[in-house]
Design a protein around this ligand. Structure first.
Ligand SMILES: Cc1cc2nc3c(=O)[nH]c(=O)nc-3n(C[C@H](O)[C@H](O)[C@H](O)COP(=O)(O)OP(=O)(O)OC[C@H]3O[C@@H](n4cnc5c(N)ncnc54)[C@H](O)[C@@H]3O)c2cc1C
Length: 399
């Protein structure tokens, strides 16, 4: 039998999750090889990362180079932007209510790519900008072949190769996928009024319209709508687009000018039957895809990486043993399944014209608006699963 302890960990994919996984595992002392093309600068999205993800990035020395480009989010608002019979009340969440300086920070994806790429050059993790073409399980190892014809032997694979993951297939993990009749239009804009570090989510009949602060008098927008309207928004000129954005926000931020041209992202969902199997661990979009509501995707991907750093053995034991595989599945299943289900349900409740569904959503938001312990619970759970429960239990013990 081959000694798996001498074989490297291969991180498949050099998207944000793959890079963060390679950097943090290398920092923990593992022998890591990251395979995949680095993302280019074409992704014009921004990513809202919540405080638990920021704290993890701090712990692996990545945050100090991201922070100068990041904008804090101290207030989050949900507003009803529908014209329905049952309108939901607006709810405002303040980070100070749960003793946090901010809920998190909003960062341009191009900044994340640049900082993580620079960190990789200084890290002990090796990187090869080549795609993987095949995996073969050989005893307690995996033979990895790349499209340039070379190959290497790995102890385990971290599958950070996105939603169409080849590594997930090689593990024998099936995935349920679905698509939404929705497209997210993303863009950034300047505005004449201050955003006061506030992120605002308008709930519309077609999905959320979310405005997130950037540095200065600038914000990014994720506008979830029908594919037809998305195509129209991409086709109109920037002055007309700015007017539509301003109107949709009821001029909340004053006059708007488009700074970063719009891009569109069709929305889909994916959930696999398992999160680790046959020496292959899923992380990021190989493990979970859902609509961009409440800034969850990369936050969840960073929690996958955090779970890997906590689960893989540091004492030279076999990182692909059945015990480690089970431990990772136990750690990740509840969080991923709960988030995927909650985001899907919230998204569908926005789209539904069914009156009882509207009444339940409206009632839930009204409860959140008036009942501050429930609001703090939801805010804590939104940041990190279990933290709302832990806080409530601790406080009950003190009463
Ligand atoms: C409009 C929109 C807004 C969003 N906003 C937020 C937000 O505010 N906050 C948040 O937390 N999340 C957000 N998300 C989600 C977030 O963008 C994703 O969770 C994140 O990008 C997933 O990163 P990843 O590295 O897992 O996947 P990807 O970025 O897809 O990276 C996978 C990488 O693997 C590579 N690859 C594929 N196959 C192979 C192979 N065979 N060999 C080698 N490499 C391979 C690909 O080329 C790619 O580089 C948003 C998503 C959308 C669509």
């Amino acid at each position: 039998m081959t000694d798996t302890r001498t074989d490297p960990i291969v991180v498949a994919g050099a998207g944000h999750v793959g890079l963060i996984a390679a950097l943090s595992l290398a920092k923990s002392g593992y022998n890591v090889i990251n395979l995949g093309e680095l993302p280019g600068r074409s992704d014009k999205r921004t990513t809202a990362l919540m405080m638990p993800a920021i704290r993890f990035l701090q712990s692996v020395d990545l945050w100090q180079d991201i922070e100068p480009h990041a904008a804090p989010m101290t207030t989050m608002r949900i507003l009803d932007g529908t014209r329905r019979l049952v309108r939901s009340p607006s709810v405002t969440f303040e980070a100070s209510e749960i003793g946090e300086p901010a809920f998190g920070y909003n960062i341009p994806n191009s900044t994340l790519t640049a900082v993580l790429g620079d960190a990789l050059k200084k890290s002990t993790a090796q990187h090869k900008a080549v795609s993987i073409s095949k995996y073969n399980h050989v005893g307690d190892t995996i033979r990895v072949e790349t499209v340039d014809g070379s190959s290497l032997t790995a102890s385990i694979i971290i599958a950070a190769d996105g939603r169409s993951s080849l590594a997930r297939d090689a593990a024998g993990i099936a995935a349920r996928t679905w698509s939404y009749n929705q497209t997210a239009v993303v863009l950034s804009f300047t505005h004449t009024r201050d955003h006061h570090d506030t992120s605002t989510e308008f709930h519309t009949e077609y999905g959320p319209f979310t405005v997130v602060p950037l540095q200065g008098q600038r914000s990014s927008l994720v506008w979830v709508t029908t594919p037809e309207m998305a195509a129209e928004l991409l086709a109109i000129d920037h002055d007309e687009l700015a007017k539509r954005v301003e109107d949709r926000m009821q001029s909340m931020l004053g006059a708007v000018a488009i700074e970063v041209a719009p891009q569109s992202w069709p929305l889909s969902g994916l959930v696999p039957t398992s999160f680790a199997r046959n020496r292959i661990f899923l992380a990021g979009e190989s493990a979970h895809v859902f609509p961009p509501i409440g800034a969850q995707g990369l936050n969840l991907g960073i929690r996958d990486v955090e779970a890997l750093t906590e689960t893989l053995p540091v004492d030279g034991g076999d990182p692909g043993s059945p015990d480690i595989i089970s431990a990772y599945n136990r750690k990740r299943s509840p969080d991923i399944l709960a988030r995927t289900g909650a985001v899907d349900a919230l998204n569908r409740s926005l789209l539904s014209d069914f009156l009882p569904v509207q009444m339940v959503r409206s009632g839930a938001l009204e409860l959140l608006r008036v009942f501050s312990p429930l609001r703090s619970f939801v805010m804590r759970e939104g940041l990190r699963p279990g933290s709302g429960f832990r806080f409530s239990t601790r406080n009950a013990g003190h009463q």
